[in-house]
Design a protein around this ligand. Structure first.
Ligand SMILES: [Zn+2]
Length: 220
């Protein structure tokens, strides 16, 4: 009889669903690590439960499956056991420092969507954050759409080619996310775009301000 554990999935972000346990192992004195697969997206997770490991563990665990045992809540039936850690970890919304307000607003929308598993809107809002970030680089009368903005940005030589290529990819993912022909269903579908967006915003806004503040501190 297969073992199941209920938790939230940190890959597809579905709440409160069953993970099918493949392996489990005593880990440190009172921790048990469960290697399990999400029944929704089939991704693997490592779920660490603090609780006594003993010969009754299979029985205890079958009882857990019956229970309402979401992440972080105490699993009372198993001597106060609870989920202590889960890997991959759940993402926390990030906003790099010193962003202009309009860029921060679009990024925060993207980050909230990403953390909630709304991956199509997240892809759209990362594109919006980038659009708002690069518009001021383009001088007077910047184009309104990201496509023509990219052409202007390329001519300006302000950003290295790999960055411009990445922005083009973000633009394409945003188009895919808003049309019928594709879906972003899992964290891994959007995570590369997220990583690039956060990096670009740090490069454009956080780093120059940090340098300015550091220079001020040095009195130069
Ligand atoms: Zn999942």
């Amino acid at each position: 009889m297969p073992l199941f554990i209920k938790s939230d999935c940190s890959n597809c972000m579905t709440k409160h669903l069953s993970f099918r346990v493949r392996e489990y192992e005593n880990w440190e004195s009172i921790k048990v690590a469960f290697f399990a697969f999400c029944e929704m997206c089939q991704s693997a997770s490592l779920i660490v439960i603090v609780g006594e490991y003993d010969s009754q563990i299979d029985t205890r665990f079958r009882r857990l499956h019956e229970m309402d045992s979401v992440s972080g809540e105490v699993l009372r039936e198993w001597d106060g056991a609870y989920i202590a850690n889960q890997y991959p970890e759940f993402p926390r919304p990030e906003t790099p420092e010193h962003l202009p307000n309009d860029v921060a607003a679009a990024l925060l929308d993207a980050e909230r969507c990403f953390a909630e598993g709304l991956f199509n809107p997240a892809a759209t809002f990362y594109g919006k954050a980038i659009e708002r970030a690069i518009k001021p680089l383009l001088g007077d009368n910047p184009p309104k759409m990201l496509g023509p903005m990219l052409g202007r940005l390329e001519e300006s030589g302000l950003l290295p080619d790999p960055m411009i290529d990445w922005i083009r990819l973000i633009k394409e993912s945003r188009n895919l996310a808003t049309h019928d022909d594709a879906d972003f269903q899992c964290r891994g579908d959007v995570e590369p775009a997220r990583d690039f967006t956060l990096m670009l915003l740090r490069y454009l806004f956080t780093m120059p301000e940090e340098v300015r503040i550091a220079r001020q501190g040095l009195g130069s």
